[in-house]
Design a protein around this ligand. Structure first.
Ligand code: CO
Length: 205
């Protein structure tokens, strides 16, 4: 067992952590010993960094049950080494059965892409969503502003699932017959509920 030192900063988080670890062991003795032995999650979650959309909590999944990648506005870029490494490891090593791309309504990243009020790295990061806004401007501009934003959040999920389905890792997994399903979901911050956007894919286009 590693030595536990008294934390000098953010002590309340360490206190909460200790209480949590104790509760987990009480409810399920041997919980951490079991997790140490193996990591075998069935799901990879690609979601937004938004603090209101925590993957494990909203799906009721325990540590060890979901592999997670989060970035601003749940973007899947084939040129993003970070995201692609996560997908690669999840598919090739962990052999996850499902990849869930989960967006959320009221996504600040999506809204920033519409308003163009970002600068620097974030502005660059959101350029694909801005393109999506422009490509769909004719249909989106028929909606009221709130509905248009919500629709763009959904379109963004669809776009990222498509991008994922075209990634080398996913295409190669399907080519060798590996069971791998892609899903596109969206989460409502106002009601805490997930919705399936019917973007289920099990094969290339
Ligand atoms: Co967001």
């Amino acid at each position: 067992m590693q030595e536990t030192r008294e934390p000098k900063h953010l002590k309340h988080l360490f206190d909460a952590n200790r209480a949590w670890a104790q509760q987990m062991e009480t409810e399920s003795p041997g919980f951490f010993a079991h997790l140490t032995a193996q990591q075998k999650p069935e799901y990879l979650w690609i979601g937004c960094s938004d603090s209101r959309v925590p993957a494990n909590q909203i799906t009721g999944l325990m540590p060890g049950e979901v592999f997670v990648h989060r970035n601003i506005a749940n973007v899947v870029l084939n040129t993003d080494l970070n995201c692609m490494s996560v997908v690669d490891f999840a598919v090739d090593v962990l052999q996850v059965k499902h990849i869930i791309v989960c967006g959320h309504y009221g996504c600040g990243g999506v809204e920033a892409a519409i308003h163009g009020n970002t600068t620097g790295a974030v502005d660059h990061w959101l350029s694909g969503i801005r393109d999506l806004w422009e490509e769909n401007f004719d249909t989106l501009s028929m909606l009221d502003e709130q509905a248009a934003r919500a629709r763009l959040c959904e379109l963004n999920v669809s776009q990222q699932v498509k991008s994922l389905s075209r990634s080398t890792v996913v295409r190669e997994a399907w080519a060798r017959g590996q069971d791998l399903e892609l899903h596109g979901w969206i989460y409502g911050i106002t009601d805490g509920l997930l919705r399936d956007l019917d973007e289920h894919r099990t094969a290339p286009d």
